[in-house]
Every structure is written in C-alpha cells, then in structure tokens.
Write a protein that binds this ligand. Structure first.
Ligand code: ZN
Ligand code: ZN
Length: 357
C-alpha cells in the first residue's frame, strides 16, 4: 500500500474527528484497521488523532506489520491489544460502539487515564470507505473483470444437467484458480428456487426450461465484486422471458439515474416504480443496491428507506429483482462506480437473456 494513500485516508479521518469534536479515535474493527493502516493480519488496532497515529499488534504480526503498515508508529503490544492502546487515548476519545462489546467497553473504561471521556463513534471510518480512491477503484474493477471471466466460462460450458451445488462449487473453484477468493458463497438457484433472493444451492440438477439465477463475486487484494445474472436453461416460456425483460428494463432505468447528487431513495424508486406498474411491486422485496468495497455489503444503500445522496467515488450495485413464489426469480446486478455525471458500469458481462444448455 502506498504511504501517500494511507496518509490521505487518515487525514480525512482527522477532519471527521474535528466535525464530531473528538480528540482521537480508537479503531478496532479489522476491516477499518486494514483500510487505514494497510495491515491484513487478524490482530491489530490503531489510534488516530491530529498529532498521533499509532498501530499496535502482538509479536506474531510484528514483521508483517513492518512490511505493510505505513504512516503509523508501530507499537508491539500483548495479545490483548486494547489495554495497550487505551493508555494512549486522550481527551474525548471515540470508539466503535457498533463493534465493541459491553465487556470490552468495561475494560477500556478501566484502562484509560483519568480525564479521558469515551465517546460512541461508530461508522466514521465506514463513512470514509464509502468514497473510493483511485487505488480502490482499480482493485474493484480488477475483481469485477475477474468474475466476468468466470461468467464467460459458465456461458461456454453451460450446466449440462449438473446440480445447483456443483455449478456453484465450480464457479468458486474458477475464482480461486484465478488467484481470487469468492467474495461470498455463490448463489445458483433454478426454477421456483430462484424465487428466494438468498437461495442456497441445492443438490438437485438445474432444471431445463427454467430460469437460473447466479449471484457471484470475487475478492481480490481485499476488494470485492458482486454480480448477478439470470440465465435461461434451454427454452423458457414467454411469461418467464417477459419478467426477465421487465427486470432488465428496470435495471437499465435505475442505472441511468445514478450520478453524484442523486437521492439514494429516488434511484431505488426508478426501478421500483416500473416493476410496480407491471403489477409486480409486491415481488421486489429487497433494496435496489448496496455499496461494495473491502466488504461486499457496505454503504451507501439504495433503498426505499435509504437516506442521503450518492457521491462521486461511491461504488454500488444496481440489482432489482422479481420473485414469483412457486414459479421463478429474476435478478440482474451490475457493479457501478458513481461519477459526477453518470454511472461508470464496471460489470461487462452481457445482460440479454442468455440461453445455456
Ligand atoms: Zn450479488
Ligand atoms: Zn449485491
């Protein structure tokens, strides 16, 4: 990780601390620690203030930290890192109350010096992470391209009577063969099973004459991708093809609305209104999309109840779906980077209804 990139992130965090009138922030969530320091091990924490940037890990990770961590003073702690860092907190000290248990909070209270006030400050680093820098955009684009390649392979090979689980396993194996990890367990759901948005692949052969949902992402250098396509297995009837085209047009319409300054709930509404007008409003039971980065689900959200506006540098999915219980499911999901005037669609695998055998 380039030191200038990490320094810029910590500087942005210091600005946020100022807004919240915090003197420092204790960062314990490992994804946030990685984002700020570059450290990828499983035991590390850091403190950021305008004067100090401290990173602490235990003896097992000191060497790794020396290689990875930039812009932070490296402190070797005990396995229980919190008491080491607690002593270094001062003034109004923010901590991540969303990830710190009551027990750990109690320990922190005991360990801090007199006069230190512990302040609930969850979500600050997550807010920074919503706006990606150039390095991150490149990493996410690379993960997306890699997963697109695995979709291509699926198109070439077809499913050939294999079970949902066999297809899912093969997709995951292909991701690993390309030196990535699955960003989440791949979803492969055919026929009526596709009507469950979070379907778990079954040990039953993919049925001919039905639609099959495949939802898959790669994780590469820590960064995730996320893509869903719905395929026709052999010939599908006109009703299924019609639902497919509805979801596709809704997806394209919402994509057309993505830009910096667009209201998150309104981007959701563009697809939702079209699906509602076609009589399937009740059958689109999830939000339109979510942010993707070091985690496959992060901010911002695109949903009916979402607050706020999109910003340049956000990376979000646009993934409307229609799920008809007992019949079929269709979902189409692209990953896009938000720019000042448009959606930069990272996913390149085609969206017309592709027939597999
Ligand atoms: Zn997905
Ligand atoms: Zn998604």
């Amino acid at each position: 990780m380039i030191e200038a990139t990490l320094t810029a992130r910590a500087d942005r965090l210091v600005d946020l601390l100022g807004e919240r009138e915090l003197d420092c922030l204790l960062v314990t969530n490992l994804v946030n620690v990685r984002y700020l320091t570059g450290f990828t091990g499983t035991n590390g924490a850091c403190v950021v203030s305008s004067e100090e940037r401290l990173f602490v890990t235990d003896f097992r990770y000191v060497e790794q930290a020396q290689e990875q961590v930039r812009g932070f003073e490296l402190v070797k702690g005990e396995r229980d890192l919190l008491s080491d860092l607690a002593k270094r907190l001062s003034g109004r000290a923010g901590f991540d109350d969303a990830h710190v248990s009551v027990r750990v909070h109690g320990k922190l209270l005991e360990a801090v010096s007199e006069g230190v006030e512990l302040v609930e400050a969850a979500g600050l680093v997550e807010r920074l992470r919503q706006v990606k820098d150039e390095d991150e955009l490149r990493s996410i684009a690379a993960a997306t391209e890699l997963a697109d390649g695995v979709y291509e392979l699926l198109r070439e090979r077809g499913v050939g009577g294999r079970t949902e689980r066999e297809v899912a396993r093969e997709l995951e194996k292909e991701l690993r063969e390309r030196d990535a990890e699955p960003a989440f367990p791949a979803i492969v759901a055919s026929g009526a099973h596709g009507a469950l948005p979070h379907a778990v692949p079954r040990d039953v052969p993919v049925e001919t004459g039905t639609l099959m949902i495949v939802d898959m992402g790669a994780q590469l250098d820590g960064y995730c991708s996320d893509c869903t396509r719905t395929f026709a297995i052999g010939q599908v009837d006109a009703a299924a093809a019609e639902v497919y085209e509805l979801v596709r047009s809704a997806q394209e319409a919402s994509l057309g609305d993505v830009r910096a300054g667009a209201v998150c709930a309104e981007v959701d509404a563009v697809a939702r209104d079209l699906i509602e007008a076609a009589g399937h409003g009740e059958r689109f039971g999830h939000g339109l999309g979510h942010g993707v980065g070091l985690e496959v689900h992060e901010g911002p959200r695109l949903a009916k109840t979402a607050e706020g506006e999109l910003e340049s540098g956000n990376v979000v999915t646009v993934e409307p779906g229609v799920y008809l219980p007992g019949e079929l499911g269709v979902r189409i999901e692209d990953l896009v980077a938000v720019t000042d005037d448009a959606a930069d669609v990272m996913t390149s695998f085609p969206k017309e209804l592709i027939q597999l055998d």
